[in-house]
Design a protein around this ligand. Structure first.
Ligand code: CA
Length: 250
C-alpha cells in the first residue's frame, strides 16, 4: 500500500514518512501541488494525505485535480485550519476525511487503516469480485438511477460522479429505506467513529445529494428531513402518496 504525503513542512513530512514506513506502508513525499499531481499520475497511490496551506497550489485545488482522475482514492486532509468552513470546502472538493493539526499519531494511523479497508471493500463491490450477494446492485428510482459500478447518479441523460463518501452515504440511505436515521447514527455508521466531522457535515452532504437526485431539492421526495432527529430515505413515490394524503386531510 502506497501513501502519498503532500506536506510542505519538511520535518512533519519526514516524521510521517518514518512512522508510516514502520507500519509497512510505502511512502511518497511531495512538498507542492505540481509534484504531488505528477507523482499521483505516474505511480500507484492508494491513499493521499493532504495539507491545505501549501506554496502555490492549495490543498483544495490539489484535491479537485486528484478527483478529476480518481474518484475513489481515499483523501485525508491534515490541516491546521480548524474552521468548519474549511472542512466543508475540503469535503466539497472531494476529501473523504479531515484531521486537524496537532493530531495524535495512533488516531491518524487508525483512520488510514479504515480508509484503506473501506476503499478495498468498495472497489471489490464495484468490480464484482466481492461476495456474490453484493455484486452489481441496481438502484432505479422514478427520478434517478444510481450506478454503483461507475459511481454515478443518472438523471435523465445527465450523469454525475459521486465521491466515495457521497456514494457511501447514498447507499446507506438506500439500504435503510424507510427508517428514521438519527444524525449521530449516520455519523457512526457512515463516517469513522472518531472522524473529525460534526453532524453539520451530514447536513452538508445531504444538501449535495439532494441537488443530485431530487427533482426539486427544496421539496425533497427521497431524502426527507425528520425534524430534530435526522433523515429518512424513502422511495419517491411514497412521498407523493404521503403528500396527497396530507392534502386530502386538509
Ligand atoms: Ca503547510
Amino acid at each position: 500500500m502506497r501513501i502519498l504525503i503532500v506536506e510542505d513542512e519538511e520535518a512533519l513530512a519526514s516524521g510521517l514518512k518514518f512512522n508510516f514506513e514502520q507500519e509497512g506502508y510505502d511512502v511518497l513525499l511531495a512538498g507542492d501541488g505540481p509534484t504531488a499531481l505528477h507523482l499521483f499520475q505516474s505511480e500507484t497511490v492508494n491513499l493521499v494525505i493532504l495539507d491545505l496551506m501549501l506554496p502555490g497550489m492549495s490543498g483544495y485545488e490539489i484535491c479537485k485535480a486528484v478527483r478529476l482522475v480518481d474518484r475513489l482514492v481515499p483523501i485525508l486532509v491534515l490541516s491546521a485550519r480548524t474552521l468548519s468552513e474549511d472542512k466543508m470546502h475540503a469535503f466539497d472538493c472531494g476529501a473523504d476525511q479531515y484531521i486537524t493539526k496537532p493530531f495524535a499519531l495512533p488516531e491518524l494511523l487508525n483512520r488510514i487503516r479504515n480508509l484503506l479497508e473501506r476503499h478495498k471493500t468498495l472497489v471489490n463491490a464495484t468490480q464484482g469480485t466481492s461476495d456474490p450477494a453484493s455484486v452489481v446492485e441496481k438502484f432505479d428510482y422514478e427520478h434517478f438511477r444510481l450506478d454503483p459500478q461507475s459511481f454515478e447518479v443518472v438523471v435523465g441523460d445527465r450523469r454525475q460522479s459521486l465521491t466515495t463518501q457521497e456514494m457511501q452515504l447514498l447507499r446507506y440511505f438506500i439500504a435503510h429505506q424507510g427508517d428514521v436515521l438519527p444524525r449521530h447514527q449516520i455519523l457512526e455508521d457512515v463516517w469513522d467513529q472518531n472522524a473529525d466531522v460534526t453532524t453539520r457535515t451530514i447536513d452538508n452532504f445531504v444538501l449535495r445529494l439532494r441537488k443530485l437526485i431530487e427533482p426539486d431539492p427544496a421539496r425533497p421526495r427521497y431524502i426527507l428531513s425528520v425534524r430534530g432527529t435526522g433523515y429518512r430515505f424513502i422511495n419517491g413515490e411514497e412521498a407523493t402518496t404521503t403528500q396527497k394524503t396530507a392534502w386530502r386531510r386538509n
